[in-house]
Design a protein around this ligand. Structure first.
Ligand code: FAD
Length: 490
């Protein structure tokens, strides 16, 4: 990606388009604004300085980011010039680039994490003081978090009325197509490889077997979902062994596709379809996209929640202290509870975990092991390809029972019953726990209940080939409820 500076400050005026997590050309309002103004565009990605962001991307996200930037670079080159890569601090990098290119405007799409909001606000102000036109736009959400308010004027804390309000405003029916032509302007660029985003360990090597980062990969994932899975989504989305969900989450996180594009495509598909299953499947799917909106709404209005429970009573919750070895067993998929271990291994090997299993492993960590939800959220942050501050915070606080519209604390997921219900033939478990594969279906989800003879026939010695359960599920559930009682009335 090394480019020489070729353009001069003569010719049509130039605008910088600062790509962040909007790594696409279609339905990209910042890019469109610069293009519609007749500007030559300097497309830049700035690798933020670590002090700019307390939630720098984790290991898995960095792998995705590397490949997504490479894909964006390829897509831009079809328009004549590649992506300019610079290093932060972002403000200095933008000012320098504006000086070098003579750019008179800077456009970007908004981020909604508290630190990014503070940084971007300060950058906008300084650039304007410098005499530049600085504009931010919305590429990431269906609705701005401040555009929706309850009747009494505050933010929503309950999902159903929130989603009703969204539907009342109307979901996008159209999204801007990719631009036919862009007038790009080259500038000096670092090489992508010098950012060192790819993990040094072979851990991430297998991710490429499962994913195709970039705008093209996102469009393919959406098309595949609409053609093959949408009709069964309403029921299929709960079955971890099936490929029944869209797997759009990392693409959405990096903005390779936006929710407006997804909503418009889903609604067009519904309009064309005569099949009831497709209709209800896509209604449910859009509702899930609504949870993503809700998560961003909450993060915007309650910016403390990545670190602290929204329900303040949980500040006094008696979490287990010395939990390092138990946390590690959970991280490594060695808890002895099959559905939990299968999920944690799926995460490690593919950088993704099925939503139902995410709820089960999070419930097990926070309720059966009484480990603070923040420890689980941190591990997800580092290992999920779709790690997203808004969605992850909501997912963890919802499951731990301390967030907005959360699962009631006393509802503790039972991993054995969840497994028997949603993976009855054990296909998911056998994929991730080959050491248990020879157990009959009825014992697979709770090998400690199997007879000695069955275990022997399946070639398993518990405690050696597969761990004994870290905790007794019934006993630990009772302990969790007792812990909750201690803060309930606080
Ligand atoms: P689909 O079922 O196809 O849904 C379509 C899209 O809707 C998803 O891509 C996602 O953007 C959104 N969505 C779906 N379910 C949810 C949900 N429950 N909350 C918010 N948005 C949702 N999702 C992330 O994107 N990043 C995270 O870091 C993340 N952490 C989570 C942690 C926990 C403990 C839990 C329980 C859930 C978490 N989720 C997270 C939500 C959800 O598990 C994933 O979005 C989903 O599994 C992604 O798969 P998919 O794209 O096939 O989803």
């Amino acid at each position: 990606m090394n480019q020489r500076r070729e353009d001069t400050v003569t010719g049509p005026p130039a605008a910088i388009v600062w790509f962040r997590r909007d790594l696409r050309l279609a339905d990209n309002p910042a890019l469109r604004a610069a293009r519609d103004a007749g500007m030559r565009i300097v497309p830049v990605y700035i690798h933020a300085h670590e002090e700019e962001t307390p939630w720098a991307p984790g290991g898995a996200s960095r792998w995705w980011l590397h490949h997504s930037l490479a894909a964006l670079d390829r897509d831009l080159r079809r328009h004549g010039s590649g992506l300019v890569i610079r290093r932060g601090p972002s403000l200095e990098a933008l000012r320098r680039l504006a000086r070098e290119t003579g750019a008179g405007a800077v456009h970007w799409n908004r981020l909604y994490e508290p630190a990014a909001i503070a940084r971007d606000g300060a950058i906008k102000q300084t650039l304007r003081q410098d005499g530049l036109d600085a504009h931010s736009h919305n590429a990431a959400l269906l609705f701005e978090p401040w555009a929706l308010q309850t009747q009494s004027g505050g933010p929503y804390r309950v999902f159903t009325p929130f989603w009703k309000a969204c539907l009342g405003l109307g979901l996008a029916e159209n999204a801007a197509p990719p631009p036919e032509a862009l007038a790009l302007m080259a500038a000096e660029s670092e090489s992508l490889n010098t950012l060192g985003l790819l993990p040094q360990r072979p851990w991430a090597d297998a991710f490429a077997d499962h994913w195709q980062p970039g705008e093209r990969g996102a469009q393919d994932a959406l098309a595949t979902f609409l053609d093959r899975a949408a009709a069964d989504y309403a029921a299929g989305r709960d079955l971890p062994s099936e490929r029944a969900t869209s797997r759009l989450s990392p693409h959405l996180h990096f903005g390779e596709i936006g929710p407006r594009q997804i909503a418009a495509a889903a609604q067009a598909h519904m309009a064309r379809s005569t099949d009831r299953g497709t209709f209800s499947g896509l209604e449910t799917f859009l509702r899930e996209l609504g949870w993503r909106e809700f998560a961003h709404h909450l993060l915007f209005h309650f910016p403390q929640t990545p670190e602290r429970s929204l329900d303040a009573r949980f500040e006094a919750f008696p979490w287990t202290r010395d939990h390092a070895s138990r946390l590690e067993a959970w991280q490594r998929g060695r808890t002895g509870i099959p559905l939990v271990d299968a999920g944690m291994r799926e995460l490690w090997h593919t950088g993704w975990m099925h939503n139902r299993v995410r709820m089960v492993v999070a419930s097990f960590l926070t309720k059966n092991l009484l480990i603070p939800w923040q420890a689980g959220a941190r591990w997800f942050w580092d290992t999920l390809l779709d790690a997203d501050l808004a969605n992850n915070t909501l997912g963890w606080q919802w499951t731990a029972g301390c967030g907005a519209d959360a699962a009631p604390y006393f509802r503790v997921f039972n991993p054995v019953l969840q497994g028997r219900k949603f993976d009855p033939q054990g296909r998911y478990l056998r994929r991730w726990l080959p050491e248990l594969a020879r157990l009959p279906d009825k014992d697979l989800h709770a090998p400690w209940e199997a007879s000695a003879q069955t275990l022997q026939r399946a070639g398993i010695r518990l405690g050696r080939d597969y761990p004994n359960p870290l905790v007794d599920l019934a006993v630990s559930r009772k302990q969790a409820l007792a812990a909750y009682q201690s803060i309930k009335t606080a």
